[in-house]
Design a protein around this ligand. Structure first.
Ligand code: IMP
Ligand code: MG
Length: 182
């Protein structure tokens, strides 16, 4: 099963992710069939999920990316959300689906929504792989959720701890020195 990492405890396996992403793809496909769709991925964390999800949606649509930063170099959200890179696609009159790795406090997605709404799309929906509902500060309508999880810090499948572990094919709970599982 690959290298053993003492500080990471498996939470969602590669196979569970694969199954759920397929299901999300089918739901999205049914909802957007025959519609003009732009799928926007929020970098960097979304990259593996995005790649798998768009290939599970058997429709013709545009893809583009935004890069948002909320963390800096810390494990706690700074609450300061910045747009580092904007979309390069016209979304006015189109149906927009924002895809994000995880919704935590909601600040990143709230600000992304606000920003994209000013460009008058026909509709905007949100798809996240992970949802931590207990951490929400800002109320954001999320339309597609892969997995709802408790308040733990997770890494893998795009998610990082100080830019590490994005390449893990599974999602695991990250334990810092102070709460290491032994
Ligand atoms: P929010 O603005 O608080 O909803 O935070 C969203 C962003 O925080 C995500 O895009 C992630 O980059 C980051 N984040 C939140 N929780 C975790 C986690 O458990 N692991 C890694 N990154 C996380
Ligand atoms: Mg992120």
């Amino acid at each position: 099963m690959g290298m053993i990492r003492q500080n990471i405890q498996m939470m969602i396996s590669e196979e569970e992710i694969r199954q759920r992403v397929k299901e999300l793809g089918r739901l999205i496909e049914a909802d957007y069939s025959g519609k003009d769709l732009v799928v926007i991925g929020l970098l960097k964390g979304v990259f593996p999920f995005f790649a798998d999800l768009v290939r599970a949606i058997d429709l013709d649509f545009h893809v583009t990316f935004m890069r948002i930063s909320s963390y800096g170099f810390d494990l706690e959200s700074s609450g300061k959300v910045k747009i580092l890179q904007d979309i390069d696609t016209q979304i006015s009159g189109k149906n927009v689906l924002i895809v994000e790795d995880i919704i935590d406090t909601g600040q990143t997605l709230a600000m992304t929504l606000e920003h994209l709404k000013t460009q008058s799309p026909a509709s905007i929906r949100i798809c996240v792989l992970l949802d931590k509902p207990s951490r929400r500060i800002v109320d954001v309508p999320v339309d597609y959720v892969g997995f709802s999880i408790k308040d733990v810090f997770v890494v893998g499948y795009g998610l990082d701890a100080r830019e590490m572990y994005r390449n893990l094919p599974y999602i695991g709970i990250f334990h810092t020195e102070s709460n290491l599982v032994t």
